[in-house]
Design a protein around this ligand. Structure first.
Ligand code: SAM
Length: 347
């Protein structure tokens, strides 16, 4: 199966086969991970035609994006684009890239509607038809994006290493990749990967989670964090019979364009959340084992410290320490144990 065939199969599936979320055969392209409470009210201001044609598996909408430039890879009909349009505000910008014209046409149709709804003089959304493996051809310059998001798309790419390389190229230093996707608990046999329905349903192209970490590591991104995850139900007995030996999960992952270490190391550093990120007065969730309560100092490893100190999150934290003294490997502990200065918690 060539890359062009995969693109054509996927374009056909999302352009001609699917008409609404109800046409999906499995639970893969459905939001199995629950949406964070602070985002739910915003859905009421998304046009119903868009919510009706949403095929994402999660809610890759990170906090603290006001004024940022955000790029959505495989934006489809634009649910996340328009949620982000609101979150970045009139001073920010959202770029949506998708290769299926029928999907983009729906998003385009409601561009001005959302701008009006949000009270913007003009839309802060730009929609681009193109392939996520070729962001250069979409006019996305080096180091021009603060946050890259994507919802249930990277599994569909026949050249995932190229997509991750492009993401790291377009991100500014300290910028963030925050995406939801389908991951597999093993490598999927080639014969199943070529099946257009299993592929289109976001199953057979899913990356084995350890290969995802290796791929990012080879590109110099040594520490990707899981924010949330949920099992994916296959629902259809015929699909279960073909690929039921694989365990699928929807996972929301975050990684930064930062020079991090491959293990969590202890330098005696401490981070305290100020409670200042909009809509998050009580706690800030970095990942599934770092929940920073407002005002409560937490011991962190060198990588976590850098994720907070060298990204847009820096202004929301009091950060103490540097890397002059090294105390060995960071003592990994459960999230529950890691909420005060006497207990470390890392991956
Ligand atoms: C499962 S849908 C998700 C759409 C959207 N993110 C959402 O949450 O509703 C996958 C989308 O990715 C697009 N897509 C898949 N592979 C792509 C690629 N290589 N380049 C650009 N777009 C791609 C498809 O056209 C489709 O709109």
């Amino acid at each position: 199966m060539t890359e062009a065939t995969t693109h054509e199969d996927v374009r056909h599936y999302y352009g001609d086969v699917l008409r609404s979320t109800r046409d999906l055969k499995t639970g893969a392209c459905c939001p199995t991970e629950s949406m964070p409470a602070w985002l739910r009210p915003l859905l009421a201001d998304i046009h119903p035609e868009i919510t009706d044609r949403f095929y994402g598996c999660g809610s890759p909408l990170p906090p603290a994006v006001e004024g940022m430039t955000v790029l959505d890879l495989g934006c489809g009909t634009g649910r996340d684009v328009y949620l982000l349009s609101r979150l970045v505000g009139a001073e920010g910008q959202v770029i949506g890239v998708d290769m299926t014209p029928e999907q983009l046409a729906v998003a385009e149709r409601h561009r001005d509607w959302h701008a009006q709804r949000y009270g913007y003089a003009e839309s802060n959304v730009r929609l681009v038809e193109g392939q996520i493996e070729r962001l250069d051809a979409c006019g996305i310059a080096d180091a021009s994006v603060d946050v890259v998001v994507s919802n249930c798309v990277l599994n569909l790419s026949p050249q995932k290493d190229k997509v991750f390389a492009e993401i790291l190229r377009v991100l500014k230093p300290g910028g963030e990749l925050y995406f939801s996707d389908v991951f597999a608990d093993r490598r999927i046999p080639a014969a199943l990967r070529a099946d257009p329905v299993l592929l289109g349903e976001c199953l057979s192209g899913a990356l084995y989670i350890e290969d995802f970490r290796r791929m990012l590591g080879q590109l110099g991104c040594a520490d990707a964090r899981c924010v949330s995850q949920a099992p994916i139900p296959l629902l259809d007995p015929a699909i279960e019979a073909r690929i039921g030996m694989v365990g699928f999960r929807s996972m929301t992952m975050r990684a930064f364009r930062l020079d991090l270490e491959d293990r969590c190391e202890d330098y005696g550093q401490i981070a305290t959340y100020r409670g200042s990120a909009p809509t998050l007065p009580h706690a800030f969730l970095l990942d599934d084992h770092h929940r920073f309560e407002t005002g409560r100092p937490m011991r962190v490893c060198g990588n976590t410290f850098d994720m907070l100190a060298s990204s847009r999150f820096a202004r929301h934290f009091d950060l103490h320490g540097d890397k002059r003294n090294h105390f060995g490997l960071f003592d990994c502990a459960s999230a529950a144990a890691g909420t005060d200065v006497t207990n470390g918690s890392c991956c």
